[in-house]
Write a protein that binds this ligand. Structure first.
Ligand SMILES: Cc1cc2nc3c(=O)[nH]c(=O)nc-3n(C[C@H](O)[C@H](O)[C@H](O)COP(=O)(O)OP(=O)(O)OC[C@H]3O[C@@H](n4cnc5c(N)ncnc54)[C@H](O)[C@@H]3O)c2cc1C
Length: 389
């Protein structure tokens, strides 16, 4: 019987496997229903990382993870080009000022406000007419989600972790309040410790164990285009706080080296009309909606050519307060690493370490993640983050 079974071979399950084996818990088995790892949301992610958040827990998860990406001996392509948040009214600017102060208190050196003129100088071609200022986080930036997944799995596998792809987990078996095994497409697997890392698809599996895990799938679409001219050098991730419209230089994660000509750009926004659901079809109607926002904020994108074959859609795994759900629950031996609400790649290092410590020691001591326990929903202790994009 494996010591720990991880359901889901995305970046989060991979990080849990890595951190468990790093701690000497070597008999780890990862199951995924697909024939390859990374085919869930991880393979669809934009690859952004930021510590410009509002809540202490999100800031701390990010600062820890950015240090990890920077110091890791595996190259995960961490590229701290920064995140630039744009404010179009004083309320948003005050929000950036207040949250920036808290980020600095928690150790994020260098995050600072920008004037309208400084924004215009940082991103030539952006429409600054209605902008009152911005905030720039110099350690925020870009990461390669599939490289991170690979780095975790290479090291976990070398330490003894096993992976079984093509195995669908149908149910978590529970007797007398504790996990006894899994019902899978390959039969029954006995085990007494299970980590649910199945992303947007976690809720129904948790329900088979009698737990209501409030994770809702929601489609997110991204447009890939070629701008008429090369993008400004060192372009950061640029995000309009008003509507979540954002753009960044595009990087092809599926090829060994970036062979682009500097014109590839990704842009998107959080469509408020997108209902919950499991569709991952890219809908051409999104092009008009996001195109309108791009025309206003980033007129340098006018005339950009859409690269249709690279436009994509994946699933966010939203929790009610847009924060992760980490840790155990009332079923002994069942642990959750879910509900990242669009931040699972950037928070994967801290998440994996927290889960390993919770499973092996009973609590996460390097970082207190107790505010992310599933009980917060029943206890009415929801967290509040304004700028989820
Ligand atoms: C368009 C888009 C952009 C994003 N941009 C960013 C970003 O810039 N930065 C960031 O940090 N995050 C981003 N995210 C969010 C990020 O992709 C996710 O939070 C993260 O990938 C979650 O990882 P995971 O391992 O939990 O889930 P997944 O990668 O979805 O992995 C879950 C795995 O579970 C498997 N599985 C599911 N059900 C079962 C079952 N019953 N049996 C066996 N296996 C099962 C699936 O096959 C899948 O491989 C983005 C997401 C989208 C869609």
């Amino acid at each position: 019987m494996p010591e720990v079974v991880i359901i889901g071979g995305g970046v989060v399950g991979a990080s849990v496997a890595y951190h468990l084996t790093e701690r000497g818990c070597l008999d780890v088995l990862m199951l995924d229903r697909e024939e390859m790892l990374g085919l869930g949301s991880t393979g669809k992610a934009t690859g952004g990382v930021r510590a410009q958040f509002e809540t202490d827990i999100n800031i701390k998860l990010s600062l820890y993870s950015m240090d990890f990406f920077r110091d890791w001996d595996f190259d995960c392509e961490y590229d701290p080009k920064g995140y630039l948040f744009l404010a179009t009214n004083n309320l948003h600017l005050e929000y950036l000022d207040r949250t920036g102060e808290r980020q600095r208190e928690l150790g994020y050196d260098g995050v600072h406000l920008l004037t309208q003129a400084e924004v215009a100088a940082m991103v030539p071609g952006v429409n600054c007419d209605d902008i009152v200022g911005g905030s720039f986080g110099p350690r925020d930036g870009f990461i390669n989600p599939l490289a991170i997944l690979e780095g975790f799995m290479v090291e976990a596998s070398m330490s003894g972790a096993k992976v079984k792809t093509g195995t669908l987990v149908r149910a978590i078996n529970v007797e007398n309040g504790r996990v006894t095994g899994l019902h899978t497409s390959d039969g029954t697997l006995e085990c007494d410790r299970v980590v649910l890392c199945s992303g947007a698809w976690a809720r129904h599996l948790a329900a088979t164990a009698g737990i209501d895990l409030p994770v809702e799938p929601q489609r997110r679409q991204i447009v890939w285009a070629k701008a008429a001219k090369a993008l400004p050098p060192d372009l950061p991730m640029v995000i309009d706080l008003k509507d979540g419209f954002h753009f960044r230089p595009a990087r092809d994660f599926h090829v060994a080296a970036d062979t682009g000509d500097g014109r590839d750009v990704l842009f998107a926004y959080a469509d408020p009309d997108e209902p919950p659901g499991f569709s991952t079809e890219f809908d051409d109607a999104f092009l008009d909606k996001v195109g309108e926002k791009a025309a206003h904020r980033a007129p340098f994108l006018n005339g950009a050519q859409i690269v249709y074959e690279k436009c994509r859609a994946g699933l966010y795994e939203n929790s009610p307060d847009h924060h992760a759900i980490l840790g155990g629950c009332e079923v002994e031996g069942l642990y959750f690493a879910n509900g990242f609400s669009g931040h699972g790649v950037m928070h994967s290092p801290a998440t994996g370490r927290a889960l390993a410590e919770i499973i092996l020691d009973g609590e996460s001591s390097f970082l207190d993640v107790s505010s992310l326990h599933i009980d917060r929903f029943a206890n009415g202790e929801l967290l509040h983050e304004t700028a989820f994009i």
